[in-house]
Design a protein around this ligand. Sequence first.
Ligand code: IPE
Ligand code: IPE
Ligand code: MG
Length: 247
Amino acid sequence: MSAKNQIEKEKVPRHVAIIMDGNGRWAKNHGEMRVFGHMNGVNSVRESLEAATDVGVEYLTLYAFSTENWDRPIEEVSALMDLLVQTIVKEIEGLHDNEVRLEAIGDLNLLPKKCKEALLEAIQKTKNNNRITLVLALSYSSRWEITRAVKSIADAVKKGKIDPEKIDQTTVQKYLETRNYPDPELLIRTSGEKRISNFLLWQIAYSELYFTETLWPDFKKENFYEAVVAFQNRERRFGKISEQTTI
Ligand code: IPE
Ligand code: IPE
Ligand code: MG
């Protein structure tokens, strides 16, 4: 039986975030160059997006390129940026037809001009869609995001726009890249690594973490459904005790 049939419709997470990891190892296992893994990883993006849309997830955030990934060999970085543009160009019509709203978080100014332009054009084109929001984390890291938020808040205090006494968690949240999204209830990481790698540190305070050995290019719809089922079997206590959460 497909894991999809086990999903309880009324308990589907609104926001799922994925650390798409393992492309390089997948390519190596197939005797290919790392970029071949990235190319095949695009299919898993499509699969996850379709599965997420299908079960009613409202936001899907994909960690596609981290601040630290800029330090990879130049050939790999260039290949990833080329793949990004090609994928956006190729997929944009399909995304639009499926009412996907594309958004991005991260330091987009660091992207090569053609990448940034293709991305902003796709974001603009799909901005009124509302079936699912696909958020690409590109040139993103959580420490970059939080540092930027702190700077902006300090600036607003200096200009007298914010009373420092009144700064609370909501204030901080408003200055994050993710200000318009609910926190992810479920965070998936593929490839067997059990770390966060500078992703959404603030937002995942109470997320359920799901780690799978599956390498990203092998991650299909069924794997996504399995993660949702695992999520639904967790007891989320938010610091309270079990008896308080069941009433
Ligand atoms: C994830 O796969 C994709 C990116 C980080 C861009 P990797 O490229 O990290 O693959 P592994 O972890 O080396 O197998
Ligand atoms: C995390 O994967 C970043 C993305 C998936 C985009 P990495 O492969 O860069 O993470 P580490 O280096 O194994 O922690
Ligand atoms: Mg990796």
